[in-house]
Design a protein around this ligand. Structure first.
Ligand SMILES: [Zn+2]
Ligand SMILES: [Zn+2]
Ligand SMILES: [Zn+2]
Length: 158
């Protein structure tokens, strides 16, 4: 999504864009190819504004999330945030180390056949977690086809 388009969207929905908020959104947009943690955002902002409080950053993140402007995902014991990829429906492979995401060509939903009788599906989420080629190399792990079994304990997340 284009920067101006995203800012327009925020304004149209009544979100006031102060300088600080713009910086937060800019950081998220610069990393739109994946997830970031609040910690990464705080580190980036505190370099520029040493007195900036955690609360301010979290409050802004939560507002953006609650208003549906950014998405949230939990992995690697941390909450991660990203700008949603609009507009087409798709899913991601997520690197739990660097947060980068890769688009999945097909939505797995049509393959699910055991939907409970009478159950109406309103929406669904689907993400596959792992390590990208770069991060895997850093950890010196074998190729993914050889670790298709149980997840190694060093890779556990909640
Ligand atoms: Zn995407
Ligand atoms: Zn990675
Ligand atoms: Zn889907």
């Amino acid at each position: 999504m284009q920067r101006e388009e995203f800012f327009e969207n925020l304004k149209r929905r009544g979100y006031r864009l102060t300088g600080r908020r713009k910086e937060i959104v800019d950081f998220l947009l610069a990393r739109a190819d994946g997830y970031i943690t609040a910690k990464e955002l705080i580190e980036y902002l505190q370099k520029r504004h040493p007195t900036l409080s955690f609360e301010t950053v979290y409050r802004n993140l939560y507002t953006l999330r609650d208003e549906g402007f950014i998405e949230e995902s939990h992995f690697g014991d941390e909450t991660h945030y990203r700008i949603p990829c609009f507009p087409s429906h798709h899913h991601h492979f997520v690197c739990i180390s660097c947060g980068r995401t890769y688009v999945m060509d097909h939505c797995p939903m049509p393959a699910i056949s055991d939907i409970p009788v009478g159950f109406t599906i309103l929406q669904h989420r689907f993400e596959v977690f792992g390590l990208c080629a770069q991060c895997r190399q850093k950890r010196d792990l074998p190729d993914s086809d050889t670790i298709a079994g149980p997840v190694p304990s060093s890779l556990h997340w909640n």
